[in-house]
Design a protein around this ligand. Structure first.
Ligand SMILES: NC(=O)c1ccc[n+]([C@@H]2O[C@H](COP(=O)([O-])OP(=O)(O)OC[C@H]3O[C@@H](n4cnc5c(N)ncnc54)[C@H](O)[C@@H]3O)[C@@H](O)[C@H]2O)c1
Length: 343
């Protein structure tokens, strides 16, 4: 097992990464603490059972799987269930599952009784390398992705890579898209390793590397005002595509894959990126015109004064923020220098 510590504004929290960690869950959790286990309806029961075996007193709350569960209605239901069960401020929430579970359960943790502790046990690749690290929690609202949320770091993250064995291939590829994103913005070697098929042979090594990249951006800019925004490569159009199809056609990483292709302006890099995305069965294009995505792009939290602020790629492994005019194509007009305060 390897542990990476993430330094947040108020405290540092460990991300434990290894195999079969769910079988040793009792060593990470304190049986005397009062726990609330939150998971969706699709997570394999075997994982739920391992936690319930270690923590028999824990309150279990199940919500329907899927992006639509990241909603005010589900947040309300979960908080109500916890109030009815008399869950107190000293309880700890365990978010077991993918990014939807982490975002929703984390937002409950951030808001219930003005904030209670929570532990992330991410089981999808996307959640293991991305959403469980960095403290962003939240829900969608009014057809706007992550419209309501907080930066609320977990107390601990436990990444058991063995859980990926049951993850459907489409969801595995969905996570690889975020891995590719990290390579594109920060690590050319990671891109070369993915091209060489290393993920199939040594997933643990690439998962660790991607978490280290995420750690770098989270620690220098936890509140997402400067450098952390580079992690949004592919997300301006990705979020717009997800919203355009009402979160039904594409998974998050798939939409980001298409968004990354749009945001890569250099032809040679674009072709290399498309080849890599295809290698992992990810989509590279969609027939929707960029112009039709503009109403959704206008809602993007990164935009200022009606200009679209996007992450673009200089060379593989190096990204920058730029104000762009978006019509039928993306035209960079003004590079935003690092540390230029955007808040
Ligand atoms: N907070 C952040 O920083 C951040 C970053 C990126 C993405 N996100 C959010 O993450 C969400 C997407 O997360 P996701 O792709 O994990 O989707 P998800 O949470 O819906 O999980 C995908 C599906 O896989 C199932 N599943 C999870 N682990 C499994 C396993 N080991 N075996 C079998 N089935 C398993 C789930 O039950 C679900 O049906 C989006 O809402 C996105 O906005 C958040």
């Amino acid at each position: 097992m390897k542990t990476i510590h993430i330094q947040s504004r108020h405290a540092s929290y460990p991300v434990h990464i290894g195999e079969n960690l769910l079988d040793q869950i009792h060593t990470f959790l304190d049986a005397k603490t009062s726990y609330v286990l939150i998971h969706d309806s699709r997570i394999p029961q075997a994982y739920v059972q391992k936690i319930l075996n270690a923590l028999p007193q824990c309150l279990e709350i199940v919500f329907p799987q899927g992006e639509n569960a990241k909603s005010m209605a589900q947040w309300d239901k979960i908080c109500t269930t916890m109030l009815e069960a008399n869950v107190l401020k000293n309880a700890t929430i365990i978010a077991l599952g993918g990014g939807v579970t982490g975002d929703l359960a984390g937002f409950v943790a951030a808001t219930y009784m003005r904030g209670i502790d929570f532990v992330q046990i991410p089981t999808s690749l996307l959640a293991q390398i991305d959403s469980s690290v960095g403290g962003k929690v939240g829900i969608n609202h009014h057809n706007t992705k992550n419209a309501i949320g907080a930066i609320y770091p977990p107390k601990m993250v436990i990444v058991d890579v063995n859980t990926l064995k049951t993850l459907p291939p489409r969801h595995l590829a969905n996570g690889v898209a975020e891995m590719i994103k990290c390579g594109m913005i920060a690590d050319q070697e990671l891109i070369e390793q993915l091209e060489g098929g290393l993920f199939d042979r040594q997933p643990l090594a690439l998962i660790r590397r991607t978490i280290e990249i995420k750690k770098h951006f989270v620690e220098i800019d936890e509140y997402d005002r400067n450098e952390r925004q580079l992690l949004n490569f592919g997300h301006t159009l990705g979020h717009a595509i997800e919203a355009h199809y009402r979160y039904e056609r594409y998974l998050h990483g798939e939409a980001v894959a298409i968004g990354m292709v749009h945001a890569t302006l250099d032809h040679a890099i674009k072709h290399r990126l498309m080849d890599l995305l295809r290698q992992y069965n990810l989509p590279t294009t969609d027939h929707v015109a960029i112009r039709d995505l503009l109403p959704y792009i206008a809602k993007d939290k990164k935009n200022r004064d009606h200009q679209a602020r996007m992450v673009l790629i200089k060379v593989i492994g190096s990204a920058y923020l730029s104000d762009c005019v978006i019509d039928n194509e993306i035209i960079p007009i003004n590079e935003v220098k690092p540390n230029e305060h955007l808040g």
